[in-house]
Design a protein around this ligand. Structure first.
Ligand code: NAG
Ligand code: NAG
Length: 290
């Protein structure tokens, strides 16, 4: 596996020594960089069950300046990591974020420009992991390749990648699909589907179900399709510990993600032209505590 990390990164041997016990690596599983590691980026290596995740300053982190992994500046199709402020709490031992024993590699796909809520699906995966306090890195990729995915798996966090049509060869697709744990495809009636990803989809998300709600009473939780869709998606991702309240919190967050002005928001992958087509009115308040 090509490990591309900054100077002072631990060797494969050091990483192996740091591998922690079974289950999710608990909070506080932090290590200092190995001997000779003096650069600032080595201050807090988070040691997951199976990876090394520098404290927000690693080769994948952008902060608007681009990252070493892509070698280019940040732009509208930036493929670097852009964690939100809560996701970044993973480096604070008290925040309770954990790393998975076996990271999931999730693709969320749709055909470009089909208004089938694929950006919703991408953020839903990201925020469900966040709500479950499981570290998850999220990315955009126009062209998905094995190498790019491998490079992003080194942090030991789950990885979710938003993409559109498959662009590579049949052989490359066959090879790639073995790496993936989940392929979530968004579809909408009357709109063309992405046939390649559809063939290997592990979960299909229907736009019509997502936007369903009781028009007489938009806050009637028994008829909010998004809640059912989120529950099924959480179960598909193996997140069985989320309560009904957790699901409602994620739904509220998704309903209230700010629409960016100007250009793409790199964390949410929302664009100024996105709108909640067919969706229900924005809830007046977050769900009350249970
Ligand atoms: C992560 O790094 C930032 C500065 O880069 C520092 O302020 C913060 O305390 C670090 N967090 C942890 C948990 O080490
Ligand atoms: C992008 O969206 C995230 C999540 O809502 C938000 O925290 C962040 O401030 C936004 N970024 C910009 C540059 O507006």
């Amino acid at each position: 596996m090509p490990l591309t990390v900054r100077r002072g990164a631990p060797s494969a041997v050091a990483m192996a020594l740091w591998i922690s016990g079974p289950g999710l690596a608990g909070p506080g599983a932090q290590g200092q960089g190995p001997e000779g590691c003096t650069s600032e980026s080595c201050i807090a290596w988070q040691v997951g069950a199976f990876g090394v995740d520098p404290n927000g300053t690693g080769p994948l982190d952008c902060h608007g300046h681009g990252c070493a992994a892509t070698g280019t500046g940040c732009h509208s199709e930036c493929e670097c990591r852009h964690l939100d402020v809560i996701e970044r709490q993973r480096w604070d031992a008290n925040a309770g974020f954990r790393y998975p024993k076996r990271p999931s590699l999730v693709i969320t796909a749709s055909r470009d420009g089909q208004h089938c809520a694929s950006t919703w699906a991408f953020n839903a995966v990201r925020l469900l992991f966040r709500q479950a306090k499981e570290s998850c890195d999220s990315y955009w990729m126009r062209h998905v390749t094995r190498e790019k995915l491998q490079r992003r798996l080194v942090t030991g966090a789950h990885v979710v990648v938003k993409t559109h049509e498959w662009k590579g060869s049949v052989e490359a697709f066959e090879d790639l699909k073995k790496m993936l744990s989940h392929v979530v495809l968004s579809v909408r009636e009357g709109f063309p589907r992405e046939e390649n990803w559809l063939k290997i989809a592990t979960h299909v998300l229907h736009f019509e179900e997502l936007v369903a709600y009781n028009k007489e009473d938009p806050e009637d939780v028994t008829q909010i399709g998004a809640l059912t869709v989120l529950r099924k998606l959480a179960e598909h991702l193996g997140l069985r510990g989320l309560s009904a309240h957790d699901i409602r919190l994620v739904d509220y967050e998704l309903m209230t993600l700010p629409m960016p002005k100007g250009s793409c928001n790199q964390t949410t992958k929302l664009w100024p032209f996105h709108s909640r087509r067919g969706g229900r009115p924005i809830p007046s308040a977050p769900p009350a505590s249970p």
